[in-house]
Ligand binder design. Structure first.
Ligand code: SIN
Length: 283
């Protein structure tokens, strides 16, 4: 390939071209890793990653965290299948979220590889949680700095959610629903000091944050709704248009994402690997 170029993507992230990431030498890979750590979101174009290359890429960036609730790739259990069949209505990840925020040590990041794309639609939106924090007024920022928020996966991956999904999409599959039912909730600071960049980032998200610590869900709901409304009104949003060969690598502590579900009647298959993270400290 040619020389690596890195261009800001409209809204958030950096788009990288001119590198074959599966064959990158240490110096080139170091540039990509540095861009990922600094911006929390990089997009690579024109890749030809096999499943084994995808796994090798993940291992170069960290330790693989096998998702418990997604269907696994048949030959490579490290890879979670993010598939929507042509006759399904619901997609996976079709609401703003941060992968694995319901874990005690939330995932560092995720690497998503496009395998089969609809002819139109199916973009993924991203926003930076640094920008999200900056979108809040100073009084709210200060208030949140002293708070912790509780996260859960039960409502998303438990038996009730799975039953509802199957009622809408009979062929929808999820794994370990009883394990999701039995999960403890976890709490994290509502504003974290990002472990790689040292910057303050908002760490609540509309899919997995259920309340503030010490508050009921009822009391938490209006404040969470206010935060999400302010973020979605003011923080820039990147709309990533997938092409064959596209790869997105995001830091789950620095971004939210949302998979658009606007390609009814067409199949979309993506492969995701998630990386181990660490406990998060308050800002
Ligand atoms: C995800 O939420 O991890 C999947 C995003 C996508 O399919 O675009």
């Amino acid at each position: 390939m040619n020389t690596l170029t890195a261009t800001p993507h409209h809204g958030a992230g950096i788009e990288i071209r001119g590198v074959d990431i599966s064959a990158a030498d240490d110096a080139t890979f170091g540039v990509v890793r540095e861009l990922f750590h600094r911006h929390g979101l990089v997009f690579l174009r024109d890749q030809r990653l096999s499943e084994a290359d995808h796994i090798a890429l993940a291992r170069r960036l960290g330790t693989i965290n096998v998702n418990r609730f997604f269907v696994k790739n048949s030959g490579h259990p490290e890879i979670a299948m993010v598939t929507k069949e042509a006759d399904q209505r619901l997609n996976i990840g079709g609401f703003w979220h941060t992968d694995h925020s319901y874990d005690r040590e939330p995932a560092l990041g995720s690497i998503l590889v496009a395998r089969e794309l609809p002819t139109s639609g199916g973009d993924t939106q991203f926003l930076s949680t640094y920008d999200a924090f900056e979108a809040l007024p100073p009084a709210l920022q200060n208030r949140l700095r002293g708070m912790r928020a509780v996260h859960s996966a039960k409502h998303a991956f438990g038996t009730t959610a799975s039953r509802i999904r199957r009622w809408i999409d009979p062929q929808a599959r999820s794994e370990n629903t009883e394990q999701a039912d039995a999960l403890d909730t976890v709490s994290h600071p509502a504003v974290i000091r990002h472990p790689l960049s040292g910057r303050e980032a908002l760490f609540v998200n509309p899919s997995f944050t259920v309340r503030f610590e010490g508050w009921s869900m009822l009391r938490s709901a209006p404040l969470l709704a206010e935060i999400y409304a302010r973020v979605l009104l003011r923080a820039p949003v990147a709309n990533f248009r997938w092409e064959p060969g596209s790869v997105a690598i995001w830091d789950n502590r620095a971004t939210w994402h949302n998979a658009k579900n606007d390609y009814r009647g067409q199949r979309r298959e993506m492969h995701r690997i998630t990386l181990d993270g660490c406990a998060l400290a308050a800002a």
